[in-house]
Design a protein around this ligand. Structure first.
Ligand code: GLC
Length: 541
């Protein structure tokens, strides 16, 4: 059970409206009581924050916004003291344009070793005025930016698959490879238990940078049958084999998990070979529609492909890049998930969303493998769907001229208390993004110890998961009472999810352990209740 902390929005100790490492350290007790095994912390390194820290200017230091290196050490120590492992986020595809290397590259001449650490190319056209290719940035617009040479004349172009402030590194250059080995060691030596590797499918680009004039998307890199020249190239694997050797040489149990948006299960499995990543996020699961047949298909396919390479399956429903599942699951099935929801959009049904989210979570938490939780989902937090455009900070919003609203709505500062200006996020009223009105009633203090609350459901599920060893169990499918329901057995737990429009009967003789929603009386027979729609129930099998 790995819990993702998005440091900007978790807890703010110093009151500047942005979360920080001391804030995280102060909440370790909460995480321990929740029952997580590990945390993954999104980037807290020195960064101009052009992409909320995924634009790193110094990989070996902490941004003053988040604290100091000593604060990082204190946090790692406190987490370990509570029996929680720590994964940090590694961003190897690109640096910030404010990284020393990039500044040196700009100051140096075309063809210099400084430029060769990035992807500089001459432009096309008579005077090099056209970009080298038509590649698009994931955040909108073109993926190339022209620089001014030292003499002030328009010069070469550099590649940025993300924001213009995130120049892509050249992974063909051994200096880049060595540097990252060193960065890995820096954090391993500080005691971290592993890494979440950002854009792990992007580091190596196809030779010669072949043309690719198609829309790009964080989650939909592929809108054609061929593999895009910037994603999932075979050359990435030897990089990870090198990292794996490095990790394995350390004591203890160090791991790395890939953020690789690779749809093809067999291609994704390559990242999980025994000499590469330990785990990879299962984005196909996150994307699967809320329908019994789709959910069964994705669960079966995920288990099968992980088995092939003998890696644990992973499960994820929310993170800092997608619409929170308590909102997403209320969107119409079959429609492509929007990148952000705004006040002008149809507003998803909040009650339906949270009901499905709780059912989805309880199904997920029964499945063997590792589940990744995103901070605040344990409170049933919805997406902020009415953020004013003026406060949006995601570069996607700016680079698409507002066509894509972006990811700010899932990154709202957490409500710890139901009272007070920032709902307990920090000591004062400040929050870097405004919290929606609905967050007060969902604050942690309003749910703690309250039977039936989402927080108590998560805590109970994690406790039972541990007790019954569900994480290492096997899935056995059981005949369902309706085509719109799924029933499966993992270890000693029988799980039923009802995706349909009508209640289904609870299996005869079942002893209920936990349910995502109160069961209903069926036909006057109180002893044999029904499982209402959008509900998951765990039973003693
Ligand atoms: C990853 C991160 C995302 C970031 C992007 C560029 O997908 O999860 O937040 O914007 O990489 O680093």
């Amino acid at each position: 059970m790995i819990y993702q902390i998005y440091p900007r929005s978790f807890a703010d100790a110093d009151g500047d409206g942005i979360g920080d490492l001391p804030g995280i350290t102060s909440r370790i007790g909460y995480l321990k009581d929740l029952g997580v095994d590990a945390v993954w912390v999104s980037p807290f390194y020195v960064s101009p924050q052009a992409d909320a820290g995924y634009d790193v200017a110094d990989y070996r230091d902490v941004d003053p916004v988040f604290g100091t290196l000593q604060d990082a050490d204190a946090f790692i120590q406190a987490a370990h003291g509570a029996g929680i492992k720590v994964l940090v986020d590694l961003v190897p595809n690109h640096t910030s344009d404010e990284h020393e290397w990039f500044k040196a590259a700009l100051a140096a001449a075309p063809g210099s070793p400084e430029r060769d650490r990035y992807m500089f190319r001459d432009g096309r056209g008579e005077n090099g005025e056209q970009p080298p290719t038509q590649w698009r940035s994931v955040f909108g617009g073109g993926a190339w930016e022209r620089v001014l040479e030292a003499d002030g004349s328009p010069g070469q172009w550099y590649l940025h698959l993300f924001d213009v402030k995130q120049p892509d590194l050249n992974w063909e250059n051994p200096v880049v490879r060595e540097e990252f080995h060193d960065i890995l060691r820096f954090w391993l030596d500080r005691g971290v238990d592993g890494f979440r590797v950002d854009v792990a499918h992007g580091l190596v680009k196809a030779e010669g940078l072949p043309e690719w004039d198609h829309e790009q998307g964080m989650l939909h890199g592929k809108d054609k049958d061929e593999r895009p020249p910037m994603w999932d190239q075979d050359g990435v694997h030897e990089i990870y084999q090198g990292w794996r050797k490095l990790l394995d040489a350390y004591d203890g149990d160090r791991m790395m998990v890939a953020e690789a948006w690779v749809e093809d299960a067999d291609r994704l499995a390559l990242y999980l070979r025994p000499d590469e990543f330990h785990q990879a996020f299962n984005f196909n699961y996150l994307e699967a529609p809320w329908r019994a047949e789709d959910q069964r298909a994705v669960i079966e396919a995920s288990l099968a492909s992980a088995d092939e390479v003998d890696a644990p399956t992973t499960w994820v429903l929310s993170n800092h890049d997608v619409i929170r599942h308590a909102t997403r699951l209320a969107l119409p099935v079959g429609v492509r998930r929007p990148n952000g929801i705004g006040a002008d959009h149809p507003q998803p049904d909040a009650e339906l969303g949270v009901r499905r989210a709780r059912a989805a979570t309880l199904l997920m938490l029964a499945l063997p493998g590792s589940a990744y939780l995103f901070q605040g989902e344990e409170l049933g937090l919805p997406e902020h769907t009415t953020l004013p455009d003026g406060v949006r900070q995601d570069p996607t919003f700016l680079r698409t001229g507002g066509e894509h609203l972006g990811r700010d709505g899932c990154r709202i500062p957490l409500p710890w208390l139901s009272q007070g200006g920032s709902l307990g996020f920090g000591p004062f009223d400040l929050t870097w993004l405004p919290q929606p009105d609905s967050y007060a009633a969902l604050a942690a203090d309003a749910q703690l110890g309250v039977p039936g609350s989402t927080l108590e459901m998560y805590r109970a599920a994690l406790r039972l998961r541990r007790q019954h060893d569900l994480g290492t169990g096997h899935v056995e499918w059981v005949e369902a009472p309706s085509p719109d329901a799924l029933v499966l057995r993992v270890g000693g737990v029988l799980v039923l999810t009802n995706f349909g429009n009508d209640p289904v009967p609870l299996p005869a003789g079942a002893l209920v352990l936990l349910c995502s929603r109160e069961l209903v009386a069926s036909g006057g027979d109180e002893s044999r209740p029904s499982v209402p729609v959008d509900t998951t129930v765990w039973m003693n099998a």
